[in-house]
Design a protein around this ligand. Structure first.
Ligand code: GMT
Length: 379
């Protein structure tokens, strides 16, 4: 098949999932065209069957800002036409689903490309609630041939908000289990935690939904009882807040601010626990990545997290904001090596349910179904 993929190219789970999907489809022999604002951060080395089409924006004194969305829609139409794409798979409702609709309008009857939209999370749970965007998101959903969501929780929330006329399909996020696997690195571990400190890790885009004060709060409580280090990976609006809170709590010399990192599989393997106390999380890709590396998760039971982490088996989940319980369960796991080892093995085992091979085959089957003219897509 010839497949277009359009997604955010910068740091973020939706871009990561879209890029890994594109790479896997290309490896299976499909021709994959990324239509993006920049090189997707997970793309890696050159790979056969992958083509990149960068969206350039127009500037003109009359235009108050360069209209990226219009340029994206025009680029989508152009690439669909030029490369005779069968499928245009867009990730995140705004602007991607809406631009795909515009592109189809531009193409008119001249091209029968099928549009798949994958919803990732805040495009529904935050932006979908915003009266300024709600109707435009509804349009993007209604005008896609098929809409998928990355968890049952997100399917349910989308149904509740938009009551779409076509059923939303759940296709869970996935992981390359050969890349994400437990990798002991005693020398690096010794440099980070020279006195045998336990290592806790949080990785995110440091937005308010990640509840950074809870991350610091859990670590502060844990460190009162056991020597520990906290690795903070990523960056975003609440990174300064994290620094201030660590300073206030006198934690700075036990916290490493690692910033954005490209290859995180080995980094995750360094951790004893992943902290994910999010306010909302449609899936929690980082939890899956950590679990595949044998790292149990301590976090909230928001959104789709319980679909990934089995509470009491591969991690411990509590209501949002219950920092005391999260810290206590972290201490319980860290205190008993056998207990931790059982959770670590269960985490890896659980992650195998979300294998790249299985989920990519689901997307492939969906595309094939859409291309069959006898099966009636909803639009
Ligand atoms: O929705 C977002 O916050 C952005 C998005 C992203 O690009 O990082 O994250 C969402 O999509 C990820 C990939 O499907 C999920 O693993 C994240 O749970 C989800 N984030 C939220 O729901 C907050």
């Amino acid at each position: 098949m010839r497949i277009g993929i359009s997604c955010y190219a910068t740091l973020g789970g939706s871009g990561a999932v879209a890029t890994e999907l594109g790479k896997a489809l290309a490896a299976r022999g499909h021709e994959v065209h990324f239509i993006v604002a920049g090189i997707p951060f997970r793309l890696g080395l050159f790979q056969e069957n992958i083509f990149i089409h960068e969206v350039e924006t127009a500037s003109y004194p009359v235009l108050q800002s360069s209209p990226f969305d219009l340029a994206l829609a025009a680029k989508m139409a152009d690439v669909v036409q030029q490369f005779d794409l069968d499928i245009l798979h867009v990730h995140y409702a705004v602007p991607y689903a809406v631009c795909a609709f515009l592109a189809r309008e531009m193409l008119g009857a001249s091209h029968p490309v099928r549009v798949v939209t994958t919803l990732h999370g805040t495009d529904i749970t935050v932006l979908g609630q915003d009266p300024l965007l709600r109707d435009v998101i509804r349009l993007g959903i209604e005008k896609s041939h098929v809409v998928t969501a990355v968890s049952q929780s997100l399917v349910d929330q989308t149904n509740e908000l938009f009551r779409p006329h076509c059923p939303i399909r759940k296709i869970h996020n996935f992981i390359d289990l050969n890349v994400y696997q437990p990798t002991p690195m005693p020398q690096i571990r010794h440099r980070i935690a020279p006195n045998g400190e336990r290592i806790l890790l949080h990785m995110s885009n440091f937005r308010a939904v990640k509840r950074i004060p809870d991350v610091i709060g859990i670590f502060a409580r844990v460190r009162k009882q056991v020597s520990a280090k906290l690795l903070l990976v990523g960056e975003g609006p609440d990174l300064d807040l994290a620094r201030r809170l660590c300073e206030q709590e006198g934690l700075l010399h036990d916290v490493l601010f690692l910033g954005m990192q490209g290859e995180v599989a080995q980094l995750l393997s360094l951790a004893d626990l992943l902290l994910l106390p999010s306010e909302m999380e449609s899936f929690g890709l980082v939890a899956l990545e950590a679990m595949a590396c044998g790292v149990p998760v301590i976090g909230s039971n928001a959104g789709g997290i319980p679909e990934v982490v089995e509470d009491g088996v591969s991690g411990y989940l509590f209501p949002v904001g219950d920092v005391a319980a999260m810290a206590q369960s972290a201490l319980t796991l860290l205190a008993d090596a056998d207990h931790w080892a059982r959770f670590s093995a269960a985490a890896r085992q659980r992650a195998t349910l979300f294998s790249l091979e299985q989920q990519v085959s689901e997307y492939e089957a969906l595309y094939e179904q859409l291309m069959n003219p006898t099966l009636n897509p909803c639009v």
